[in-house]
Write a protein that binds this ligand. Sequence first.
Ligand code: PLP
Length: 425
Amino acid sequence: MTNYKTSTVCVQGGYEPKNGEPRVVPIVQSTTFKYESSEQMGNLFDLKESGYFYTRLSNPTNDAVANKICQLEGGVAAILTSSGQAANFYAMMNIASAGDHIISSSAIYGGTYNLIAHTMKQMGIESTFVEPDISPEELEKKFQPNTKLVFGETLSNPSLSVLDIEKFANAAHKHGVPLIVDNTFPTPIFCKPFEWGVDIVTHSTTKYMNGTANSVGGAVVDSGNFDWTKHSDRFPGLTTPDETYHGTVYTESFGKAAYIVKMTTNLMRDLGSIPSPQNAFYLGIGLETLHLRMERHFQNALALAKHLENHPKVSWVSFSGLENDSQHELAEKYLPNGSCGVIAFGVKGGREAAIKFMDSLKLAAIVTHVADSRTCVLHPASTTHRQMNDEELAAAGISQDLVRMSVGIEDIDDIIADVDQALEQ
Ligand SMILES: *Cc1c(COP(=O)(O)O)cnc(C)c1O
C-alpha cells in the first residue's frame, strides 16, 4: 500500500486477503497456534522463522491493524499495546534503564507526566522537563552524557501546544539520541512526524484512531531512520547480544526493525501489555473512517472556537486553527490542513463558573475522555491533572478556569446551541 494516499491506506491498508480469504480482518481470538513438530515451534521461539505461536508476542489481527498504523505513519515497523500509557512507557523503556536520563517537553498528557516524573524515576530514570518554547541554546544545555531520548507531543493534551518538532529533532540528533513523539491528537491525517525528523511515534489509539470510545489501546511506530549502531555504546540493548534470546544482536539480525523486535521479545514477553484481538479489530474498523472523521472534528472545532472568541462569557479561547492563537504559526508549519477537534477556553468567573457551565451542558457529556465522535467536556484542574500542584499545572499550561472541550462530529448547530445555553446559566 506504500504508493497509495492516506485516505486509501485508512480504508484498505494493513491487510491484503489472498484468494478465498475473508474480506474483513478476522478476529483471531486464540491464545495459541498449532504446529506439526516441536522443531518448528522451537525455531519460532529462537526467532529463526517468523510465525505465530503465542498471542502475547504476536497475533494476526493485532498485526494487521499495527500494519495499517505503520503505513499511515510511513514507518517500517509497529506494534499495538493495550493502552497509550503502555505505548509511551514501552517506547522509552526499550532504550532507557536505571541510571539513564530523558528530556521531555513539559506540555504533555498528565498520565505521561506522572509516568516520567514519578514512576520511571522510581525505576532509576531521571528526567528534565523543558518548556516547549525553550530556545535551541537552552535546550542544548539540558543534555547529559546519560541522556537516552527526547520526548514530546505533536499537539499536547490538554494544553494544545504545537511541538516545534524540528527544534527538538535537531537537538536530539546532535546528541545522538532519538526523538519520540506522541502523535495522538493530530493523528497521521494531520501530521506525519517522521517527515519532520521524528524517529519514533506513539499513539493512544483510545482517542481519534478508535474514534468511538469502545476500547483503550496504544501503538508504537518506528521510522527506521535512527541509526542505533552509530551510537552503539549508548544503546547496548539493541547493538550487543541479548543473552535472554540466544545472543541475538537486534540491529544485526533485524536491521531497521530492530527497535520494534526488541520491544516484542523483551517488553511484551516480560510485561505483556497486549491488546485483545477483539479490541484490535474495533481499532481497525475505526481507522477505516479516520480521514473523514478528523476533517469533521476540525471543521466543527474551528466553527465553535470562532463562535466562542466573540462570546461575552468566555475570557479566552485556545485553538491553533484561530489566526491570532499563540500556536497558529507553528500549526501552519506542522499542521497545515487541520489539527484536531479539541479546543480549550476559559469561562469568565474562574473555577466555579467553569464547573457550573459544564454541569449545565445537555448534549456534551462530562467524561474523562477526549477525541471521540461525541462532544464532551472536561475540567483538567479538578480531574486528569488533580495530582499536580499549582506550579506543575502552570508548567503544563493549565489554569483553573480552563475547560477542555472535545468537539465531536454531530451537527455544529446543535453543538453551538448547547454551549450557548450552558454559558447563559
Ligand atoms: C490519552 C492519552 C494518553 C494515554 O493513553 P491511554 O490510552 O488512556 O492509556 C497518552 N498520550 C496522550 C496524548 C493522550 O491523549
